[in-house]
Write a protein that binds this ligand. Structure first.
Ligand code: AP5
Ligand code: MG
Length: 210
């Protein structure tokens, strides 16, 4: 299965990608996670990406297209993959098409902007292993501590309320047009994001007919 997950920031792409990748044993590739890892490691790409991300803007197309080209060439992508957060612009979608890898579908998780604000401002992440939590909906066993690796949980810089609003504006102007792009290609599936993660998962799996 070669799947694209679309949806606003905080729609639950990463959360659903985790479930799907485990169930079908394919890698989930998040450009956001790859960029955050580069920032953490202080690489040249990370230094370049940091100000865009912290301000809620998109990193330039050529950077993320390069990341995806390299990642999809790796062995573990042979049997399929999930793209979480790529493509995010029409030029990125066109670049993906030009790689000729035959995407099966683009699944868009729909969540209203007000809900997004609530979810993202409460999100906490582990910078060591990448696990994500929510102060109300997905609490760690011990407050502020990662269940998987015991590291301290933090709030992403771009999860501050003023930056969330900017990310939403960027989503609506630059990424949402991709729904039309994949609809025209006969590949769009939409799912309404639910209050409970497991309810969204049920709809996602049903939509994929597994
Ligand atoms: P990225 O990391 O991709 O961030 P994003 O799209 O803004 O998405 P999020 O990770 O915030 O949301 P998500 O949909 O994964 O939601 P999650 O499952 O965590 O990108 C970060 C930045 O990198 C971008 O802003 C950009 O600068 C740059 N970038 C990345 N890719 C790029 C590209 N292709 N081109 C250019 N720039 C790029 O869920 C959110 C929260 O809600 C969690 O706390 C979760 O627990 C909770 N939650 C999830 N589902 C539910 C539910 N059903 N009910 C209740 N709570 C829920
Ligand atoms: Mg994510």
């Amino acid at each position: 299965m070669k799947l694209i997950l679309l949806g606003a920031p905080g729609a639950g792409k990463g959360t659903q990608a985790e479930v799907i990748c485990e169930k079908f044993n394919i890698p989930a590739i998040s450009t956001g996670n790859i960029l955050r890892e580069a920032i953490k490691n202080g690489t040249e790409m990370g230094l370049k990406a940091k100000s865009y991300i912290d301000n809620g803007n998109l990193v330039p197309d050529e950077v993320v297209i390069g990341i995806i080209k390299d990642r999809l060439a790796e062995d573990d992508c042979k049997n399929g993959f999930i793209l979480d957060g790529f493509p995010r612009t029409i030029p990125q979608a066109e670049a993906l098409d030009s790689m000729n890898i035959g995407i099966d579908c683009a699944l868009s998780i729909e969540v209203a902007d007000e809900k997004i604000m609530q979810r993202l401002s409460g999100r906490r992440v582990c910078l060591t292993c990448g696990a994500t939590y929510h102060v109300d909906y997905k609490k760690p066993a011990k407050e502020g501590i990662c269940n998987n690796c015991g590291a301290e949980l933090v709030q992403r810089n771009d999860d501050k309320p003023e930056t969330i609003a900017d990310r939403l504006a960027v989503y609506h102007s630059q990424t949402e047009p991709l729904k039309d792009y994949y609809k025209k290609a006969g590949k769009l599936i939409t799912v309404e994001g639910q209050e409970e993660v497991k309810d969204t998962t049920r709809l996602v799996l049903a939509a994929l007919e597994f």
